[in-house]
Design a protein around this ligand. Structure first.
Ligand code: ASP
Ligand code: MG
Length: 422
């Protein structure tokens, strides 16, 4: 018999009606000769509400108690799903993360999975149960409850699929899959049928959030193939797996846009060892997340260093850098908000040359100025003016021949690819 691990996000179990429809789908899957393990997120909004409550009670809630509190959202949803399965005449049973054998390290609120011992799950499957696991949580070797970071139910599903050696891992969410670009930005965007782990990771790092990044990293490490698909429709979604040679035939898999970025440039920085370290350790100490970093070749002993951060952090970063600029003997600090990062992603870039030239040429021809560039082996990212960002994405999407088939479903999909499901 096939063993299937499914995961449903918060929106997919957001109302009693949706809980019933998930239960129906589980029973149906089991009837098609499958053993079914299902991972459930808290109902939409529940985790946020619990967090708000905790911060109303305490400015710095105890991390241990926070984990006990947050894990209840998934307990409730899992129990409700199991009840719904039973009410429909099926055989469902819910398990907490600990009961499901998810063992983690001791870092509360962002624990890492150390080991999965799914003995009890196997026994329950043998007895014919649909096993409903509360996502996003596990326990330490001492039996303390931990949670796996926001979006952690994805990680629970991937880890269980790996440990159970499942035949399929399906992540059901509120979008049809991963798109070549957010359809709200580019209406021609279409669903991608398959992609490599690294492509999904790069797209996620560029603002296209369909899956928790840690879950994708885990899947990559253990070779767990998974499919992201809609819980509201039938039909295939996007399969993410190890790369195959044919995946390289596609030069660009997708495009993503990160809005609300700010660019900071420190001009005339003395070109000496240790200077960059000092700049970025000050920024890091303030927990500001730095994205692109570009340093120029030095001219006459000085260089320019530019980097980008989220717009909301700009004031904070300025306060830190203004005095530092003087101390380091740099000339000046220039900052620009209202910029966006456009990223073009695809493992095909490794074997195709001229991708950067084609991207730059497309933007240049359309008078869109490039303010910064950074690349990885499978990504080229440029910073452009926020006002030009959508037009740039549309032009580049067309330039690389994405979304040529324009399926009506994805073009009109209201929820696009930046899912709100969790
Ligand atoms: N409920 C948790 C969150 O909102 C975990 C999850 O949904 O995956 O982050
Ligand atoms: Mg999620």
């Amino acid at each position: 018999m096939r063993l299937v691990v499914q995961k449903y996000g918060g929106t997919s179990v957001g109302t009693p009606e949706r809980i019933r429809s998930v239960a129906r789908r589980l029973i149906e899957t089991q009837r098609n000769s499958c053993q079914v393990v299902v991972v459930i997120s808290a109902m939409a909004g529940v985790t946020d509400n619990l967090l708000t409550l905790a911060h109303e009670i305490s400015r710095q809630p105890t991390q241990r108690e926070l984990d006990i509190l947050l894990s209840t959202g998934e307990h409730a949803a899992a129990a409700l799903i199991a009840m719904a399965v039973n009410a429909l005449g099926g055989r469902g049973i819910s398990l907490t993360g600990a009961q499901a054998g998810i063992l983690t390290d001791r870092s509360h609120t962002k624990a890492r999975i150390a080991n999965v011992s799914p003995k009890q799950i196997h026994e329950l499957l043998e007895d014919g149960y649909i096993v409903v696991v509360a996502g996003f949580q596990g326990q330490t070797p001492e039996g303390e409850t931990t949670t796996l970071g926001r979006g952690g139910s994805d990680l629970t599903a991937i880890a269980l699929a790996g440990a159970l050696n499942a035949d399929a891992c399906q992540i059901f969410t509120d979008v049809d899959g991963v798109f070549t670009c957010d359809p709200r930005i580019v209406k021609e965007a279409e669903k991608v049928d398959e992609m490599a782990y690294d492509e999904l990771l790069e797209m996620a790092g560029s603002g296209a959030k369909v899956m928790q990044s840690r879950a994708v990293e885990f899947a990559k490490k253990f070779g767990v193939e998974f499919e992201v698909r809609s819980s509201f429709k039938t039909g295939a979604g996007t399969v993410t797996r190890e790369e195959t040679p044919s995946m390289e035939d596609v030069v660009v898999r997708g495009i993503s846009l990160d809005r609300h970025q700010a660019k900071l440039s420190i001009a005339g920085v003395p070109d000496q060892p240790g200077i960059a370290a000092r700049i970025f350790s000050d920024i890091g100490a303030a927990h500001i997340i730095v994205d692109m970093i570009v340093q120029n070749a030095s001219i006459e002993g000085t260089t320019d260093i530019s980097f980008t951060i989220h717009e909301d952090e700009l004031e904070n970063a300025r306060k830190i850098l203004m005095p530092a600029v003087g101390r380091l003997g740099a000339k000046q600090l220039n900052t620009t908000s209202g910029v966006a990062k456009l990223s073009v992603v695809g493992i095909g870039m490794r074997s195709h040359s001229g991708v950067a030239a084609r991207l730059f040429e497309c933007l240049g021809r359309n008078s869109i100025n490039i303010q910064l560039v950074s690349t990885s082996e499978i990504k080229i990212a440029v910073i452009v003016d926020e006002k030009e960002a959508q037009r740039a994405a549309q032009l580049v999407h067309a330039e690389f021949g994405l979304g040529r088939l324009l399926p009506a479903a994805s073009a009109t999909h209201p929820l696009a690819r930046s899912t709100t499901d969790s």
